[in-house]
Design a protein around this ligand. Structure first.
Ligand code: DOR
Ligand code: ZN
Length: 352
């Protein structure tokens, strides 16, 4: 009999479920089925929709759509292009965090970093501001933290250059946390010739030396975040950035564990404990997952994500989720989603 591990329901603070506006790529139903199949019982959705989530009305519309369809607990990050500070108080009531982009990516919603101070001062101090920053904007991002008394989270750190600056900021006692994606931990720029457009993302894949640095400094990394960023094959061929990851993150981490690069305790810490603490999310002992440690091969055709592809198609992983219990109800078991009432909740932070 293969070993079965019981873990708390995992929390993914960084997903792009694309609804409303781009439901050809993903929607709340397929995206949250992918979450459950991957062991995530809470996801926090990003605001770079086709129409960015920068008004309370758009956020409310998005939440109403999610309420009808979501299969797991879900919360939302609000967005800003720097021109909606007057709406922050209202937007924050329904949001978990505020996401701002200092670099260009899907949607093209880049913020002038000169606006950061004002944004930090306006978004409620008990909610996280999340930054997309890369090598060319990390200095200004770290400088913006000086004297700051509010949490800031750096998303998907790709490289040694970025992580070194975050470590320096942490050593100074600045209020910063950071996350890393499976992309930057498990593939490098050397994989891009093989993966083609399916290896294109923001921040881009870096060198093996960068990846080795991230693994060597895992203790300085607070969170594993999937950055689940589904796109259709057509959109990828046309140059869209992003990789789906809700169903592959935990299997990849289990593979790293089997190789002695990571412990189960670190997986739980960075996929449950720290994300819950940092984002102020409620936890529930009656929400847990069972993982069957039996080798299986990832197949595109078996994925729940609507986009139907993964850079890890055809690769063997050492184990996967066999059962998910959400608030006491079995909502996923061996590839099936029992049809009884699903107790999934829409979250706002600090409301437990
Ligand atoms: O590769 C990416 N895809 N990086 C981002 O920052 C955005 C994401 C998306 O929305 O597709
Ligand atoms: Zn993202």
């Amino acid at each position: 009999m293969s070993e079965v591990l019981r873990l708390p329901g995992l929390v993914d603070v960084h997903v792009h479920l694309r609804e409303p506006g781009q439901t050809d790529k993903e929607d709340f139903d397929t995206g949250t089925r992918a979450a459950l199949a991957g062991g995530f019982t809470t996801v926090l959705d990003m605001p770079n929709n086709a129409l960015p989530i920068t008004t309370p009305e758009r956020l409310e519309e998005k939440i109403a759509l999610a309420r009808e369809k979501t299969m797991c607990d879900i919360g939302f990050h609000y967005g800003s292009l720097g021109d909606n500070l007057g709406t922050f108080a209202e937007g924050a009531k329904h949001a978990v965090g505020l996401k701002v982009y200092l670099n260009n990516t899907t949607g093209g919603y880049t913020l002038d970093p000169a606006r950061l101070k004002e944004i930090y001062a306006t978004w409620p101090r008990n909610q996280v501001v999340l930054l997309h920053t890369e090598e060319d904007t990390i200095d200004i991002a770290m400088a913006s933290l000086e004297g700051l008394d509010r949490p800031v989270h750096i998303c998907h750190m790709p490289s040694r250059a970025v992580l070194e600056k975050i470590i320096a900021a942490k050593q100074k006692g600045l209020p910063v946390t950071c996350g890393v994606t499976p992309n930057h931990l498990f593939i490098t720029e050397e994989d891009v010739p093989r993966l083609g457009v399916y290896g294109m993302m923001k921040p881009p894949l870096k060198t093996k030396a960068d990846q080795d640095f991230l693994w060597a400094h895992l203790d300085d990394i607070d969170i594993f975040e999937s950055d689940h960023a589904p796109h259709t094959h057509e959109d990828k061929a046309a140059g869209a950035f992003g990789v789906p990851n809700l169903e592959t993150t935990l299997p990849l981490l289990l593979k790293a564990r089997a190789e002695g690069k990571l412990t189960l305790e670190q997986i739980i810490d960075k996929c449950f404990t720290k994300p819950s603490e940092i984002f102020g999310l409620p936890t529930d002992d009656a929400t847990y997952i069972e993982v069957k440690m039996e080798p299986y091969v990832i197949h595109n055709a078996e994925l729940q994500t609507k986009c139907g592809w993964s850079p890890w198609d055809g690769e063997e992983m050492p184990g996967r989720v066999q059962k998910v219990v959400l608030h006491g109800a079995t909502v996923y078991e061996n590839g099936e989603f029992p049809t009884a009432a699903n107790p999934a909740r829409v979250l706002t932070p600090f409301d437990s």
